[in-house]
Design a protein around this ligand. Structure first.
Ligand SMILES: Cc1cc2nc3c(=O)[nH]c(=O)nc-3n(C[C@H](O)[C@H](O)[C@H](O)COP(=O)(O)OP(=O)(O)OC[C@H]3O[C@@H](n4cnc5c(N)ncnc54)[C@H](O)[C@@H]3O)c2cc1C
Length: 451
């Protein structure tokens, strides 16, 4: 083993720290032997640590730093098919392939995630209603398990493929993946923005018009109440063709070199973001948005990843950190969206970034999160004493509606509820047993939830 040192790790929300020992292993290691050698303490793969809580850490065990595996194995410009090592980040891939006219098929709200992390969490973007999740564009991957290295495709090893897509890194270590990239003419987006007065308005607009846009997302004012409950800023767009650009944009249509302008220092006290500051921010954010704007041209980086402009922005929540709570409920259960916003607003539990999207059909990922319906993500600073109780009430509402919470973000759901939210969990566990009989690969999340 190349290196071994102890690190205190957290997820992006900076809650639940755990000490794990860092391993930097060559990608061509003798994986079955290597993993078996770690059987006493266990091991987990870790990418860029952008999952929110404890999925990429293992207290008292080891973690494999995958970010050192970031080489492009092969790229075919005629088909856009890319084979790349699993520690490469979407940021790196976007920078490297924009010039050639290709973009990642799905991106989460940050580009600083690895290919391995994107597969393990089966991440979704603003285009789920059109394009599904990231793994819907993955053709193949090599997976290292204690039983051997396997090449997975939907045709060959479909069960393990479907368990690995969204399997939270528990089926093995993803070494590389083959991904179908999206062809683009420019890195600019043609964007329509509209402010809605309340939740019903934004839901109606998304339902009736999302089909016209590849990307759609709504920011919701979590503290608005009464007739303004759920007022939102809806942003929808498509990749701009060359014919839609002019001036400077047309001179460098494929220039993707976004910068971080500022990195937040670790000096912010907990409590800086509270219901008062969040209410003030929401008011300004909502009001500063034009009531309606059509056809604005935005760079892809500011459209997809506005938060990436500030490095380490999670520090603004202070040392206590924050919890991101994301759930999905089927269409027809819009009442849950309304009731959850009402519950939080009435209890003055302000969420700084509240994001609503419409999911299309789910895929075959056994414990993949997205299912057809509405998904709402909320960022809540740790602190208010009533937060745990509010989350428990939300869990109940979501479960009753046939929905579920997202494991990549979860910090506190109960084992019993997870079983009910993810009906294929037993099947998933059986597959884990078949490739990793002594369950060497684990995480704090898998231990906490008994997965
Ligand atoms: C600002 C922000 C916005 C986000 N927006 C979205 C969003 O819009 N949609 C969405 O779906 N998610 C979103 N996320 C969550 C994020 O996309 C996922 O958690 C993603 O998995 C993080 O990738 P990572 O490389 O940091 O993985 P890590 O956090 O390091 O790990 C996440 C999981 O992947 C596993 N893993 C990582 N690499 C490998 C590997 N090589 N082999 C096997 N398992 C591996 C880990 O074991 C762990 O279980 C967001 C996160 C942030 C911070």
């Amino acid at each position: 083993m190349a290196a071994d040192n102890n690190k205190i790790l957290t997820g992006w929300g900076r809650t639940a720290p755990g000490m794990s020992s860092k391993l930097e292993l060559p990608i061509n290691s003798d994986w079955p032997a290597m993993l078996k050698a770690l059987s006493s303490s266990g091991v987990v793969a870790r990418g860029l640590g952008r999952s929110y809580n404890d999925a990429a850490q293992l207290s008292g065990g080891s973690f494999i730093d995958t970010t050192i595996w970031n080489h492009v194995v092969h790229f075919d410009p005629s088909s856009g098919i890319l084979k790349v090592e699993a520690g490469a980040s979407l940021d790196q891939i976007m920078r490297e392939f924009a010039d050639a006219g290709f973009f990642v098929p799905v991106t989460p709200g940050t580009r600083h995630v690895t290919i391995g992390g994107a597969i393990a969490c089966d991440v979704h973007g603003k285009n789920h209603h059109k394009d599904g999740t990231f793994t819907d564009h993955v053709l193949a991957m090599d997976l290292a398990t204690p039983s051997g290295i396997m090449t997975l495709t939907r045709e060959h090893e479909p069960e393990l493929f479907n368990a690995t897509c969204g399997g939270m890194g528990l089926t093995g270590v993803i070494l590389n993946a083959t991904v179908r990239m999206l062809r683009i003419e420019s890195v600019y987006m043609k964007v329509d923005t509209i402010r809605t007065n309340n939740l019903d308005e934004v839901l109606d607009l998304m339902e009736s018009e999302d089909h016209k846009y590849r990307y759609s997302v709504a920011w919701v004012d979590s503290l608005a109440r009464g007739s303004s409950l759920g007022r939102a800023v809806l942003t929808r767009g498509n990749h701009a063709d060359l014919s839609e650009l002019e001036g400077g944009h047309l001179k460098t249509p494929l220039d993707f070199k976004p910068k971080t302008i500022f990195s937040a220092p670790d000096i912010f006290p907990s409590g800086l973001l509270n219901s008062l500051t969040i209410k003030a921010f929401n008011e300004v954010w909502y009001k500063k948005t034009p009531r309606k704007e059509t056809g604005a041209i935005h760079h892809a980086a500011s459209f997809f990843h506005p938060l990436d402009i500030v490095g380490n922005w999670n520090r603004i929540y202070g040392p206590r950190g924050f919890i991101q709570y994301q759930f999905v409920v089927p269409f027809g259960r819009e009442d849950v969206l309304r009731n959850s916003l009402e519950l939080l607003a009435n209890n003055r539990a302000g969420s700084f970034l509240t994001v609503l999207k419409r999911f299309g059909k789910s895929n075959a990922g056994l414990i993949s999160f997205p299912m057809e319906g509405w998904t709402l993500a909320l960022d809540l600073p740790v602190g208010p004493a009533n937060l745990a109780g509010l989350f428990d009430q939300l869990d109940e509402m979501i479960l009753k509606a046939g929905g579920r919470v997202y494991l990549a973000k979860d910090a506190r759901v109960s084992k019993n509820k997870i079983k009910l939210m993810y009906p294929h969990l037993d099947e998933f566990r059986k597959i884990l047993k078949s490739v990793d009989p002594t369950r060497i690969i684990q995480s704090d999340l898998s231990r906490r939830l008994g997965i």
